[in-house]
Design a protein around this ligand. Structure first.
Ligand SMILES: Cc1cc2nc3c(=O)[nH]c(=O)nc-3n(C[C@H](O)[C@H](O)[C@H](O)COP(=O)(O)OP(=O)(O)OC[C@H]3O[C@@H](n4cnc5c(N)ncnc54)[C@H](O)[C@@H]3O)c2cc1C
Ligand code: SF4
Length: 274
């Protein structure tokens, strides 16, 4: 395998992109990713915070102590992973991390791997999705993505500019991807619109260093309305308008516990904002 370290965007020419490697390296080791060409993008992806613009190469550790960013984003970074992972893991890599579904991670030939069955639906699914779980019941693991969606952030890539929310799509028969990224598309910067108060609350199976069972980000926008996005409840970050939308959840039998948990967190987050 060759390792490339481009120093300009013009040098990019295919290959598997790698930033901090906290996700890519284990997946390569386990054979879930394969490539002949690994491209270390640290030389071309901006890093640091400049006003409302955050380089996609900024680490979560840098963001968790950054006073200039909204509370919800800072808190989502602080509560993610472990200190070691946060000091290597980049914002861009976090947004594009793969599912934690144990069947997927064990290499089962499930729908997200291109197969014709969701093993979690029929098997063990206590950590899985309570919305949009018909085709694939995986639960999106990124705290940070939920915070950015609630904040209404936008992302600039080497090909286009779009809302962070539009980075994600539900997988289906014709396209198993949970993102809208094209091959070779590189996240460069995240731009935050003006927002008022914001908050991120996270339920975990232990106090620190765990993925969200349910994460709730709420941000107040210029017109005064709160915008809510959830982690850990659907294959992609999930928007709801208010607590009543949780009545429409379709949990699998052993994931029902997430619904009252999400309801409590949304109520608490809205109260904190008020
Ligand atoms: C044990 C463990 C616990 C964790 N807990 C949490 C948690 O609680 N909450 C949470 O939100 N996250 C959690 N994470 C995820 C962690 O935050 C991410 O692994 C990390 O942020 C990824 O960043 P990276 O730079 O290492 O990405 P990499 O491993 O380098 O890349 C990850 C993916 O993003 C792609 N990529 C990277 N940068 C770019 C770019 N600029 N443009 C386009 N594609 C890019 C890569 O090709 C790859 O597909 C956890 C991870 C681990 C291993
Ligand atoms: S939930 Fe998704 S990733 Fe997990 S087994 Fe089902 S199809 Fe695969």
């Amino acid at each position: 395998m060759e390792l490339l370290r481009p120093s300009s965007l013009e040098e990019l020419d295919g290959g598997l992109l790698l930033h901090g490697g906290t996700e890519v390296v284990p997946l390569l080791r386990e054979g879930l990713l394969e490539t002949e060409r690994l491209v270390d993008v640290r030389g071309v992806v901006p890093r640091g915070v400049d006003g409302a613009v955050i380089g996609a190469g900024t680490t979560l550790a840098e963001l968790e102590v950054e006073p200039a960013i909204p509370d919800a984003l800072r808190e989502a970074c602080r509560l993610a992973a472990s200190p070691q992972l946060r000091s290597m893991g980049s914002l861009g890599g976090n947004l594009l991390q793969a599912t934690r579904c144990w069947y997927w991670r064990l290499g089962y030939d499930c729908r997200l791997h291109g197969g014709d069955r969701c093993h979690a639906r029929d098997g063990e699914h206590r950590e899985h999705a309570i919305f949009a779980n018909e085709f694939c019941a995986s639960a999106h693991p990124s705290d940070v993505a939920a915070a950015l969606v609630a904040l209404g952030a936008r992302v600039r890539t080497n090909q286009r500019e779009l809302a962070v929310e539009e980075l994600y799509r539900l997988p289906d028969e014709g396209n198993r991807s949970t993102t809208t990224l094209e091959s070779g598309e590189l996240l460069l910067e995240i731009e935050l619109p003006p927002a008022g108060a914001s908050v991120y609350l996270k339920a975990m199976d232990r106090k620190r260093w765990a993925f969200p069972q349910v994460g709730v980000a709420v941000a107040r926008h210029e017109d005064g309305s709160p915008r809510i996005a959830l982690a850990g409840v659907a294959p992609i970050p999930w928007r709801i308008e208010g607590v009543d939308d949780l009545d429409a959840a379709t949990p699998l039998p052993r994931t029902e516990w997430k619904v009252p948990l999400a309801r409590a967190l949304v109520r608490r987050a809205l109260a904190a904002l008020a």
